[in-house]
Design a protein around this ligand. Structure first.
Ligand code: ATP
Ligand code: LTN
Length: 335
């Protein structure tokens, strides 16, 4: 890693095939950062098991996610793309940070509240401590910027508080990271309940658009997308959340402003607009899907990437972990 460049860290859970929301809110933006920054992109499989996962599916989703990162345009030679569980420093630092994180802070996290409601039969300690593991992910690499969707802002603020608290107690140890949230696309909503965010673990398959959906499925899902009874393509998040969400998607992909979109569809019905959105999404995803297919056939190449990147991440993470262990007073390991 070049010393002068700032460090970027982000991650996604391999809890399903990623959605258009994950792609437009996070992954697509990551690909624009690889020249200017030293970037690490993690597949956070340890976070994923905070809700029950089938082992074979988790294994497949994690590998597919790594290939999707590459297929979306992240160059594995320029970015450190790796599996969280391959770098044990994440778990070790998370434990230490747990001792610097308060129950009250974790109880206030909206993601914890949402997921506890959704999985009321399995409100485990890992789900509660999810944010301190996320803080460990970020702080291990002396990260400057964390590109995420707006739903992760609260976790980022907690990460900053934990870093500052630790630095105040032990002297400068962690760089205090900043969130990096793009203005449009930061929150893509469900196609069926447009006041809720699109989420890859949603049980209603019509609510989400997987980035591996084929063109027919994309058209079908957009046709079924919930809108309102008024027929004007006009941006109004409160009164017209469904159509506004489709406009956001169209805007992020085409680069057109909301005014331009309103002008283009003036006097046309929702049907026309939905087809246009479906077409734009299909074209946007086509190259990614083709690359993903090709990568799926190249097992040896992917294996090499996984191994090489895990080694680099391990090396970097261990440097910070050793520093922290020393600061808190763990006896040195005899070598
Ligand atoms: P899950 O359904 O398993 O909770 P998720 O779909 O919410 O998963 P994550 O893996 O938690 O996705 O998030 C990966 C990245 O995608 C994060 O940066 C997050 O902010 C972003 N993201 C998730 N959902 C959306 C969305 N609907 N719109 C924009 N960005 C999103
Ligand atoms: N919590 C995030 C995923 C995640 C992450 C991270 C994002 C885990 N560790 C570190 C950025 C940086 C999520 O649910 N989207």
């Amino acid at each position: 890693m070049s010393e002068q460049k700032k460090v970027i860290f982000s991650g996604m859970q391999p809890s399903g095939v990623i959605t258009l929301g994950n792609y437009l809110g996070a992954l697509k933006n990551w690909t624009n950062l690889q020249e200017e920054y030293n970037c690490l992109y993690c597949i956070v499989d340890m976070h994923a098991i905070t809700v029950r996962q089938d082992p074979a599916t988790l294994r497949k989703n994690a590998r597919d996610l790594l290939m999707l990162y590459i297929a979306a345009g992240l160059d594995p030679e320029k970015n450190i793309i790796y599996m969280q569980s391959h770098v044990s420093a994440h778990a070790e630092l998370a434990w230490i940070l747990n001792c610097f994180t308060y129950m009250g802070e974790l109880s206030r996290m909206t993601q914890f509240k949402d997921k506890s409601n959704k999985h009321s039969d399995n409100i485990n300690v890992g789900l509660f401590a999810y944010p301190s593991l996320m803080a460990a992910d970020i702080l291990l690499y002396q990260t400057d910027l964390v590109p995420v969707g707006v739903d992760q802002k609260q976790h980022l603020e907690l990460t900053r508080d934990i870093a500052i608290r630790f630095n105040n107690a032990y002297g400068e140890t962690f760089r205090v990271p900043e969130p990096y949230i793009s203005k449009v696309g930061a929150k893509i909503m469900s196609l069926q309940e447009p006041t809720k965010k699109m989420s890859k673990s949603d049980e209603d398959i019509n609510a989400t658009l997987s980035i591996l959906d084929d063109p027919d499925t994309i058209v079908r899902k957009f046709k079924r997308a919930v809108t309102d009874s008024d027929a004007a393509v006009r941006y109004d998040e409160l009164q017209k959340p469904g159509i506004s969400n489709l406009m956001t998607i169209y805007s992020v992909i085409t680069g057109m402003g909301m005014d331009q979109i309103e002008a283009e569809f003036e006097g046309k019905g929702y049907g026309d607009f939905k087809l246009k959105v479906a077409e734009a999404v299909t074209e946007e995803l086509r190259p990614l899907q083709e690359k993903f297919k090709a990568l799926s056939k190249d097992k040896a190449y992917i294996d090499t990437i996984i191994k090489k990147n895990a080694e680099t991440a391990n090396y970097l993470a261990t440097k910070t972990l050793r520093k922290v262990q020393k600061k808190v007073g763990f006896p040195p390991v005899m070598r």
